[in-house]
Design a protein around this ligand. Structure first.
Ligand SMILES: C[S@@+](CC[C@H](N)C(=O)[O-])C[C@H]1O[C@@H](n2cnc3c(N)ncnc32)[C@H](O)[C@@H]1O
Ligand code: SF4
Length: 456
């Protein structure tokens, strides 16, 4: 690892296209490595607060592999593997609850992949497993990710009854040609049927995901997709700029014959900035509030849950399942990360063979020293409204943010952030450049590790 690689200045980065990397969590999992020696789970959590943790269960299965997707997920697994995976979730959860001495959870999420890929009996099994450990989603904010084709009335009734109150569904686009360009086999009537099934159960929060930057998409067609989504009055909408990543379906096509419009790095004629502005303006005009570059919340969204569901600057996340990450203050850890079908299948096969003793050890992750903890705090709070609370930083770290991370002083003169009392908050221009500011705040060590990471 070469920690001495010079980091580009913000000025230099601002001359490049804005979409440099999505900093939804810091450090990125491509910066994780095998730890010098395995560490006991019990010891890793010993000094952490364990009374308000976030429990994340990862279901890495999908009915198909979308061309844009680089999430840790396997399409069309065999039935035995899914059952065996649920067995392993039970083993890992039992080992974790024991090692953390009866942790208390304040929030639960089923993420993926596509958790609704599970059958009704498998979902029943999953919720029963949680309840056996005293985890009752009915008593906590609890979310799950679904895709339109895997939603049905029976599953949604079960999930609502079990306590799920936020359902997040990927749609990406309402245009048949655009979902084809994303290599996602999705029919528009399937989307309408799925939303109706979700709404029929009265989930308090429905989130819908759309993507911009798709081959053949125009400002008009993107705004038309937003309007179609608005017709469902979702409590939240995420607008994702398309990233074409190595080893995804689109990444392979771009490498092979240039059929995809975007190369692996954004091209100069990239029109995602114009699409972003049009999408944001449309949602603001419809009365939505912008929470981050990607996230928008409706005024009718339930109060008291103001923050992106998977992104809080506080640590204390317990990830269960292959591909799930866990965060303590000083250590982030997860299984290895892969994108290609071969790698995901290999990592999953390894996971299915782990014993309870294996789950009691941490082997792969990233240790955060004081500087990395400050960078994480800056990235996780600055890129989201209301912004970075300077007093909260001092209370947490015992020192001033601009002394600790002098880079932060560069934002205001460039018009990307503004001081508002004790807050450092991004301006509109700052939000538009969130995917530049996040990677710019990464440490030289994290940047070097990410650059060295060989996609697999
Ligand atoms: C776990 S998926 C959503 C749930 C479900 N599996 C589905 O596809 O409907 C999370 C979301 O991340 C977004 N996403 C994933 N990869 C992306 C990429 N390369 N570029 C832009 N958005 C991406 C998509 O909008 C997707 O809906
Ligand atoms: S976008 Fe969703 S359904 Fe498609 S491969 Fe990724 S996780 Fe699976």
């Amino acid at each position: 690892m070469n920690a001495a690689v010079p980091r580009p200045t913000l000025d230099a980065l601002l001359r490049l296209p804005p979409y440099q990397a999505y900093s939804y969590s810091y450090p990125h999992k491509t910066a994780y490595r095998a730890l010098p020696a395995p560490r006991a789970l019990r010891e890793v959590w010993a000094d952490e607060a364990r009374d308000a943790l976030f429990l994340y269960l990862h279901i890495p299965f999908c009915p198909y592999r979308c061309g844009f997707c680089n999430l840790f997920a396997l399409a069309k697994p065999n039935d035995d593997a899914v059952e065996r995976y649920l067995d392993q979730l039970g083993v890992q959860l039992a080992v974790t609850v024991d090692a953390l001495d009866g942790p208390r959870f304040a929030r639960v999420a089923l993420g993926g992949g596509t958790p609704s890929y599970l059958t009704t009996p498998q979902l029943q099994r999953l919720f029963a497993m949680l309840r056996r450990h005293g985890i009752d989603p009915r008593a906590l904010p609890s979310g799950m990710e679904v895709s339109p084709d895997t939603v049905d009335a029976e599953k949604m009734a079960l999930c609502r009854e079990a306590g799920i109150d936020r359902v997040s569904m990927g749609i990406q686009s309402f245009s048949d040609a655009e979902v084809r360009a994303l290599v996602r086999p999705q029919q528009r009537d399937e989307v309408e049927r799925a939303v109706a099934a979700i709404r029929a159960q009265g989930f308090p929060t429905l989130n819908l995901d759309l993507i911009y930057g798709i081959a053949g998409q125009s400002v008009d067609s993107f705004v038309a997709s937003i309007d179609s989504a608005l017709a469902f009055a979702p409590e939240e909408l995420y607008l994702y700029p398309l990233y074409v990543r190595p080893l995804t379906g689109l990444g392979r096509m771009a490498g092979r014959d240039g059929r995809a419009r975007f190369a692996l790095q954004a091209e100069p004629q990239d029109d995602r900035p114009a699409l972003y502005r049009a999408g944001r303006d449309r949602l603001l005009a419809a009365g939505y509030t912008q929470v981050s570059m990607r996230m928008f919340r409706a005024t009718h969204a339930p109060a008291g849950d103001a923050g992106p569901a998977y992104c809080c600057q506080d640590d204390g996340m317990v990830g269960i399942g292959c591909g799930a990450r866990s965060y303590t203050r000083g250590l982030h850890y997860a299984s290895e990360y892969g994108v290609s079908r071969h790698s995901v299948a290999e990592i999953l096969a390894h996971h299915l063979a782990l014993t309870a003793d294996d789950f009691a050890q941490v082997r792969h992750g990233f240790a955060l020293d004081g500087d990395e903890q400050r960078r994480r705090y800056a990235i996780q709070s600055l890129l989201v409204k209301p912004g970075l609370d300077l007093d909260a930083w001092r209370a947490r770290f015992g020192s001033g943010p601009f002394d600790d991370l002098p880079q932060l002083s560069a934002l205001e003169p460039l018009g990307l952030a503004r001081r508002d009392g004790a807050l450092l908050a991004l301006t509109d221009d700052g939000f538009a450049r969130a995917d530049t500011i996040g990677p710019w705040l990464a440490s030289p060590t994290v940047a070097a590790r990410m650059a060295e990471h060989a996609p697999r």
